[in-house]
Design a protein around this ligand. Structure first.
Ligand code: TUI
Length: 306
């Protein structure tokens, strides 16, 4: 459907997934995805031009639907004719007609069967079902329970996301009914990922219990590493602090992590799978390695069959 070699998407991570990372993943045979995050449309357009200058293979752009610039970014994407548009943190229905008319394939990230069905009804080409193991803004259900339920709910292809970081996760996702995967955290350790070196180091050193969820009180639960910032936030989240003050605490923290490596004040978003990310390597090698691991496991799966 997409003309890619490996059924692996690189998740659109705000401030992180730029034209350089996305083009490296696409050149390597996966689907690289530029994250719009909270950025203005001109920034995203520029990243699209960077990606187009570095690869002739298909790539995608992720629209973060809570962004104040979501309308502008959506309109810009209809002009730029990007092969794939993914969406996150909301319902993309109001943009579907414009994007489909522009010839893009639209693949929303969903965390429930209700939104998956709606996406299919309004013309999505596939959905990415993202479990609560993932980093960033998360839903309630785990990948293990979400994937089969979404597969039963819709007749379009399903990709699995959340908690997948190697060939075991990929093979398991395929067994649950997915036809591909999206990974974010593993690509934080790609050579072409431009995050601050201290961010990479924190991912490589992470252990199983290193992430925590904050932001539930404001309705936007977000998973990240347990850092001083996350601990300060968690400490005041259920006090009498106002919503406005709480909201203000989060502003800029993502940028401080990604660009400055600010260990004290940065918000280092990460999925629960960070502990198995153990080396920095080129994006293309990540794609080859994970696919080879998954193939090996799937070939050996007949040991379970009489
Ligand atoms: O969107 C993400 N991950 C993100 S977005 C982000 S930036 C941010 N900024 C401010 C507040 C919160 C986040 C960092 N990481 N992943 C895709 C995703 N979408 N996960 C869960 C959902 C989701 C949840 C509920 C999608 C739709 C939904 O329901 C919407 C509806 O209207 O039914």
């Amino acid at each position: 459907m997409l003309g890619i070699e490996y059924p692996i998407f690189q998740g659109g991570m705000a401030w992180i997934s730029d034209g350089i990372l996305a083009s490296a993943v696409s050149e390597g045979g996966g689907l690289g995805i530029i994250a719009a995050g909270n950025a203005p449309a001109d920034y995203v357009r520029n990243q699209i031009h960077i990606a187009k200058s570095r690869t002739s293979r298909p790539f995608g752009v992720n629209v973060m639907l809570l962004s104040p610039y979501a309308d502008d970014v959506a309109a810009m994407l209809a002009e730029e004719m990007v092969p794939v548009i993914t969406t996150g943190a909301g319902n993309p229905s109001k943009y579907m007609e414009a994007w489909l008319n522009a010839g893009s394939k639209v693949i929303p990230v969903v965390a429930s069967t209700a939104l998956a069905k709606m996406a299919a009804r309004v013309g999505a080409s596939a959905v990415i079902a993202e479990g609560t193991e993932s980093g960033g803004h998360i839903g309630e259900l785990t990948t293990m329970v979400l994937i089969p339920q979404i597969c039963d709910a819709v007749n379009i292809p399903v990709l699995a996301a959340g908690g997948i970081g190697d060939g075991r996760g990929m093979a398991a996702s395929l067994m649950l009914g997915a036809c591909g995967v999206q990974m974010g955290t593993r690509f934080l350790a790609a050579e072409e990922c431009g995050i601050h070196p201290l961010y990479k180091e924190k991912i490589l050193k992470a252990t199983d219990l290193c992430t925590a969820v904050t932001g539930r009180r404001l309705g936007h639960p977000v998973r990240g590493l347990r850092t001083p910032f996350a601990r300060r936030y968690a400490k005041v989240e259920y006090t009498d602090i106002s919503d406005e003050e709480l909201e203000a605490m989060g502003v800029g923290a993502l940028r401080l992590a990604v660009k400055e490596g600010d260990l004290e004040n940065g918000s280092f978003l990460s999925g629960q799978i960070a502990a198995i990310v153990s080396k920095i390597q080129p994006a293309a090698e990540i794609l080859r390695e994970i696919t080879a691991e998954a193939e090996e496991i799937l070939k050996g799966a007949d040991k379970w069959v009489r």
